[in-house]
Design a binder for this molecule. Structure first.
Ligand code: NDP
Ligand code: ZN
Length: 177
């Protein structure tokens, strides 16, 4: 029902806010990290037209396992198998090096579910907008450019999923490369 879906989304918002409470973005203002998952859910809802509570809850939760003490089993227990599966699909394997993780995102993107591709597209769009607005602390223009180039590859692997998000990504990538 709608009520169940709303409850799932609100619970995911609260869970993510508590898990990311001590974390900051890599910008000069040290923006609270939770602004990022909130923004990813907002992009999916407002720009992508997405109303599926599973996708929106997964958007709020998408960095909790990768970046906090959250276990995949916690997501399963609190939010069920469907949300867990989407979060798992967008979570990098931390046993790999950073370079290997980036290569895996490119390689695995085409085989992911539609739900996971939606979260990936919105995640990349949010991060590229962040980068376009301001250079993260310690980054130079070359590193920023490499991030746009890599994102273009991941986004290409998620194509055919959401016209509005893909058009916005094409625009921002074109402007910055
Ligand atoms: P990234 O370089 O991938 O850092 C970007 C990630 O940081 C984003 O995907 C985003 O992830 C998060 N993030 C936090 N704040 C911001 C922000 N303000 N704007 C955009 N993104 C933000 O990861 P690492 O820092 O772990 O670096 C690893 C990689 O960087 C290596 O593979 C290496 O190749 C490369 N590198 C390049 C250098 C260069 O000079 N060219 C130097 C050093 C490393 P999320 O969605 O999870 O929040
Ligand atoms: Zn993210």
């Amino acid at each position: 029902t709608d009520a169940q879906g709303i409850n799932l989304i609100v619970k995911a918002t609260d869970f993510a806010a508590r898990k990311h409470h001590a974390q900051r973005r890599k910008n000069m203002e040290q923006t609270p990290y939770i602004n990022h998952p909130i923004g990813v859910a907002q992009i999916l809802s407002s720009e992508g037209g997405i109303t599926d509570p599973i996708v929106l809850a997964a958007a709020y939760l998408h960095d909790t396992v990768e970046d906090t003490d959250t276990a995949m089993e916690d997501i399963e227990k609190e939010f069920g198998t469907e949300v867990r599966n989407v979060v798992a699909e967008v979570t990098d394997d931390k046993t790999l090096t950073k370079a290997e993780r980036k290569a895996m995102q490119v390689k695995k993107a085409p085989g992911k579910s539609k739900e996971a591709k939606l979260v990936k597209l919105a995640d990349k769009l949010y991060n590229l907008r962040d980068l376009e607005r301001a250079t993260p602390v310690g980054w130079d223009d070359e590193r920023k450019r490499e991030y746009f180039l890599w994102s273009r590859e991941v986004v290409a692997g998620c194509s055919g999923t959401n016209g509005a998000l893909e058009a916005a990504l094409d625009d921002i990538i074109k402007r910055n490369l």
